[in-house]
Every structure is written in C-alpha cells, then in structure tokens.
Design a protein around this ligand. Structure first.
Ligand SMILES: [Ca+2]
Length: 321
C-alpha cells in the first residue's frame, strides 16, 4: 500500500497553519486522509506551546521568538503546568540541532498529560533534532602510527566508563579480534559455560584486566560476557555465556562463531578504539588520509546515559505524553 507524505505550511504572516500529514492510497486508487492538522498557533488556538532551540536561553520564556535552550528547561516548564492542573494541551517544539544532555531526561507521572489534555514533545515540522547523552571528548593528541589519545581524568577516578564512541556521527568500533571480516570458533565449552578453548591461539596475553569481552553468536541471539582471565589456549568469563538452561540454541556451545572485544592488543584497524580504565586514556586509530581523525572530526562523543531509568512505578503512574 502506497503512503503519501505531505507537509503543507501556510505563510508565516497568515494566522493559520495547515498541515496535511499523511494520506494513504486505498485499493481503489484513492488517497485516504489519515490525519489533518489545522493550527492557529499557541494560546490563541487553545493550547500552550513552548519552543526550544540550540541558540536559545533557559532564562527566556520559551516562546517561538525567545526559546529555551535545553530540553530539561522545557520539561520543567511543562511540569509546572501539570502541577498547577492542565486546562489545555501542551506542545514543546524543538528546532533543529543537537541537544547535549548533562543528565538523563526522566519522565514520571509528574510530567503526564491527562485524559482531557495531552502533552507533546516534537521536532518542528521538517527539522532534524538529536537528543544526545554524549560527552564531547577534547584534547586529542597524536601518539604515532596514526593513533590518537585523549586523557580522561574522570575515567581514571572511576567516575566514568563508556562502551560507545561516536566519531563524525558514526559509532566507532570497539577494538576487536578477529576484525569484522573474520570470526573464531568455540572448540570446547566447560559444563558451567564459563571456560572455553578455540580453533586457534588467542592474542593479547591475560585479557582479564582490560575490560575485554567474549561475544558469541548464538542461533538467534548474541551473548557477551566479561573476560575474567585468559591465555593463548583458554579463556574464562566472569559469567556463563548465553541463556543457560534453554538448550544449545541460546547457550555457548562448540562450533559457534565468536570474537573478542575491547583490548589494547586488538587496536589494529582504522576506526577502532580502546579505553584504558586504569590509566584514564582513550585511544583511537585514525583513518587513513587523516580526514577522519577525532580532532578534525569535531570531537567524539561517548554515550554514558545508557543506564536504565525505567521506573517500576505504581499502576497507572506511567506518563502519558
Ligand atoms: Ca582489530
């Protein structure tokens, strides 16, 4: 079934905006209207609107002309309306750009709309909005062989550790072995599914102190476990690998493909990275030609906000936005 997308907006000087959002072509060949929105804009039409823009200011009132700067400020403004009792719908409109969050955005019942009035957070029509939990990493230094390093005192202090690095808008590869064009295979697996041998010797000596992980491709899932210790012949993980007790389909077993991830010894391909927790040093292998080094790329962002902020909550307390 064909779906047509339209975005028709009246000129700014006219008070009414018309947006024909989607139309669907039925079997007879007619386009069927899915949703039609006619907006008069903000309070005049019976809803409250807040605007957020990267060039805004949290001291501003959050209007279209004087927008907030941060999503958190908008959430606080909405929360105040909820606390006072909603008497109309609320919309928060984000202008295009990347919003770097200093803390997770957490929504609770205190942010909720009601059965009568909704709360909507949305990008401005046709604009691209990114909410990023990344922290920009600065101070990259070349250390030879096309490698770059950045000192991260917060990592060394034990206050930060991350598993993702974004360079030039793309998720970089945690240093791995074998590289993406190959795998190794499990040869033997202990009864408790924590001790393994492979079809070839392992590099890197004892990987137990490097936050290395064993990744195993199961039949319809991928398992990973922290490496507790290893040598060239045998590797032991901190936990059992797979969904144990569910048969070979989901449990690491001889013959399954696997790879190792995150050790200094695996840094041999452009775009790979490794975070030395003890030293507080992040190392990145620059891409050939130098055009993609993290310095020239405008910095790299690691994403520390992947913690689970879900709330068990009480029944009926989930926010309705
Ligand atoms: Ca590698």
């Amino acid at each position: 079934m064909a779906i047509g997308l339209f975005d028709i907006t009246a000129p700014k000087e006219r008070p009414v905006e018309l947006a024909l959002q989607a139309a669907r072509r039925d079997d007879a060949g007619y386009y069927r209207l899915v949703s039609l929105r006619v907006e008069a804009g903000g309070d005049a039409a019976g809803w409250t609107e807040f605007h957020v823009a990267p060039a805004g200011d949290d001291a501003f009132p959050g209007t279209r002309e004087r927008p907030f700067a941060s999503p958190a400020r908008a959430v606080a403004a909405v929360r105040a309306l909820v606390a006072a009792g909603l008497d109309r719908d609320v919309r928060v409109i984000f202008r295009s750009g990347t919003y770097e969050l200093k803390a997770p955005l957490v929504f609770t019942a205190a942010d909720s709309g009601t059965a009568q009035h909704s709360i909507t957070y949305a990008a401005a029509p046709g604009e691209s909005v990114v909410l990023s939990g990344g922290r920009r990493i600065k101070g990259w230094q070349p250390v030879g062989n096309g490698h770059w390093e950045a000192e991260l005192p917060t990592v060394k202090a034990g206050d930060w550790f991350f598993r993702q690095l974004v360079v030039e808008g793309r998720r970089a590869v945690r240093a791995r072995w074998p590289d993406e064009d190959g795998v190794l295979h499990l040869a033997t697996v202990s009864d408790e599914v924590r001790s393994f041998t492979f079809d070839r010797p392992l590099p890197g000596g004892d990987l137990g102190s490097e936050d290395a992980e064993l990744v195993v491709y199961q039949n319809w899932s991928v398992s990973r476990a922290r490496v507790a210790r290893s040598d060239a012949e045998r590797l032991t993980t901190a936990t059992s690998v797979g969904w144990i007790g569910h048969g070979d389909m989901t449990t690491a077993s001889p013959g399954k493909p696997a790879f190792l991830e995150h050790a200094r010894a695996f840094l041999d391909q452009p775009g790979e990275w490794f975070l030395d927790r003890q030293a507080g040093r992040l190392r990145y292998v620059g891409k050939e030609g130098g055009g993609s080094d993290p310095c020239r790329g405008g910095g790299a962002g690691a994403h520390p906000l992947d913690e689970d902020h879900g709330h068990a909550g009480t029944p009926g307390a989930e926010p309705a936005l």
